[in-house]
Design a protein around this ligand. Structure first.
Ligand SMILES: C[S@@+](CC[C@H](N)C(=O)[O-])C[C@H]1O[C@@H](n2cnc3c(N)ncnc32)[C@H](O)[C@@H]1O
Length: 212
């Protein structure tokens, strides 16, 4: 199977590309440079963001990204910006030090791949955004982390993503009365049930000169 076939099977055929989600984020927030740990072969962010670094320890992902010509062709045919795309893949565990600058990226993407909000926070610039879902508890972890502020909930219905920036206090209210902490969520690696949920959440990384 060539690289594009794997992308097609995992993302296009399952209508799971999420290009609309990334476009929506780019329209609403200033985002050019994205870091995507646990990306697998989900190269869709490069259709929307000019500079993307993908990190994954899966050997199929490594093989996929080695097919440079077909990936470049796919990006060039489908990207929605004028500049030349710049992307790279790093074959490694994202929880080990990554040879990337600190405080650099505008967006850190965490989708179904573990506690990225913690391991990769240092590469996100203050005022930059973390896009997290809660499948591996990462959104719940970020909500309890004082370095992050919840700025929007991304709802998904009838095939459309929508950014909700108001009434955010309805989210992350646990259904159970059991005491939870950032550490317990990291340890379990599983999202808990909340009274209200969204597809994903956007958090801003706080910083000294960032007005919130
Ligand atoms: C379920 S896939 C999600 C893929 C992609 N984020 C998406 O939304 O389509 C999880 C990916 O995370 C990667 N992953 C999980 N933990 C990792 C780690 N510590 N370092 C690097 N990659 C990791 C796995 O190898 C796998 O490719």
């Amino acid at each position: 199977m060539n690289s594009f076939e794997l992308y097609k099977k995992e993302y296009i055929d399952k209508s799971f590309e999420r290009k609309d989600l990334f476009l929506l984020l780019r329209q609403r927030y200033k985002i050019c440079k994205a870091l995507y740990p646990g990306s697998f072969v989900h190269v869709t962010p490069s259709l929307v963001f000019q500079e993307v670094v993908y990190v994954d320890s899966d050997k199929n992902a490594k093989r996929f990204f080695e097919e440079i010509d077909s990936i470049k062709q796919f990006i060039n045919l489908n990207k929605s910006y004028k500049e030349e795309s710049s992307y790279r893949f790093m074959y490694q565990d994202y929880s080990t030090p990554i040879d990337l600058p600190y405080d650099y990226f505008d967006l850190l993407i965490s989708q179904w791949a573990g506690p990225i909000s913690q391991s990769c926070k240092k590469y996100l610039k203050p005022g930059g955004f973390l896009l997290a879902n809660n499948s591996h508890a990462d959104a719940g972890i970020a909500f309890l982390d004082h370095d992050y502020l919840l700025v929007s909930a991304i709802k998904y219905s009838n095939g459309k993503f929508k950014i909700m920036e108001n009434k955010l206090d309805i989210y992350f209210i646990p259904k159970s009365s059991k005491i939870i902490s950032k550490e317990s969520l990291i340890k379990s690696g599983k999202g808990i049930a909340y009274k209200n949920t969204a597809h994903s959440y956007l958090f801003m990384k706080k910083g000294e000169n960032i007005l919130i």
